[in-house]
Design a protein around this ligand. Structure first.
Ligand SMILES: Nc1ncnc2c1ncn2[C@@H]1O[C@H](COP(=O)(O)OP(=O)(O)OP(=O)(O)O)[C@@H](O)[C@H]1O
Ligand SMILES: [Mg+2]
Length: 244
């Protein structure tokens, strides 16, 4: 449905199980991360899905820091920390990089710390982010204006729960935006719980499980199946939930 992909920015991820840093970091002890060695990424879109606390944000943050992004989010030019530094978090992984320049466009978006990124944009007075502060927009409006106005394409975008503030309709808008970015030769890696967003067809979905990372088809995901069962028969599901 789109042009053949260009080379990816990141082709694969390898976990360095024999590094000393593994002993001192919590990250490589997370079961999903501990139990895989090498992960092939899709040149267009890769999804990380799985239970709360299964390690999605940890792996995404490590990839981001290894790629030169600020640990709390932003472009590669952001250099602020409102929390303890996570600069060591990537030492247990190695990225198999493609030949494309990592100095292209790019953004590490974390829903949970976007407030801090918006504060930093205001503090720096970055004109390129437009005249209206993200703090003066609604939560969802600020997310979408970043995705639509600031992501230029031909870039690497790492997104942690982009759906967090988006209504279902705006999640569909986001899906369309993803498609635009893919058509402009971008690569996206997205941690999500949204059954709408993970429907993007030209993608790999990896589920974080205690046994490692498992590739799963969209309709086999728990997100798809639970949502479909619920919406098919909400009264029946509620009765079952409340009585059990
Ligand atoms: N800074 C930290 N120090 C120690 N442990 C941490 C730290 N950050 C996260 N963890 C632990 O690592 C595990 C994975 O957390 P992570 O945030 O990667 O999960 P997640 O899959 O993104 O979950 P969610 O879907 O809730 O966002 C959790 O058990 C968490 O408690
Ligand atoms: Mg997370």
């Amino acid at each position: 449905m789109t042009n053949p992909p260009r080379d990816p920015f990141i082709d694969y991820i390898e976990i360095l199980h024999d590094r000393e840093e593994l002993e001192s970091s919590y990250a490589p002890q997370i079961p999903a991360i501990k139990n895989f060695n090498r992960l092939k990424l899709h040149p267009k879109v890769t999804f990380f899905i799985g239970e709360n606390g299964s390690g999605k944000s940890t792996l995404l943050e490590a990839i981001a820091v290894a790629e030169g992004f600020n640990a709390e989010g932003g472009t590669r030019d952001f250099n602020f920390a409102s929390q303890e530094s996570h600069s060591d978090i990537h030492k247990w992984l190695r990225l198999g990089r493609g030949v494309r320049s990592s100095r292209s466009d790019g953004f590490f978006f974390r829903a949970e710390s976007f407030y801090n990124v918006a504060t930093e944009i205001d503090r720096q007075g970055f004109i390129s982010y437009g005249p209206t502060s993200y703090h003066d927009q609604s939560h969802g409006e600020s997310f979408l204006s970043l995705f639509v106005d600031k992501f230029k394409g031909d870039g690497l975008y790492l997104l942690d729960e982009p759906e967090a503030a988006l209504s279902p309709q705006r999640q569909l808008t986001f899906l369309a935006r993803m498609h635009d970015l893919v058509k402009k030769d971008s690569q996206l890696i997205i941690a999500t719980h949204s059954p709408l967003i993970m429907a993007y067809p030209d993608a790999l979905i990896y589920e974080f499980t205690p046994d490692g990372l498992k590739e799963v088809a969209y309709q086999e995901t728990e997100h798809f199946q639970v949502t479909r069962s619920f919406l098919d028969q909400p009264e029946r599901m509620l009765k079952h939930l409340f009585e059990s």
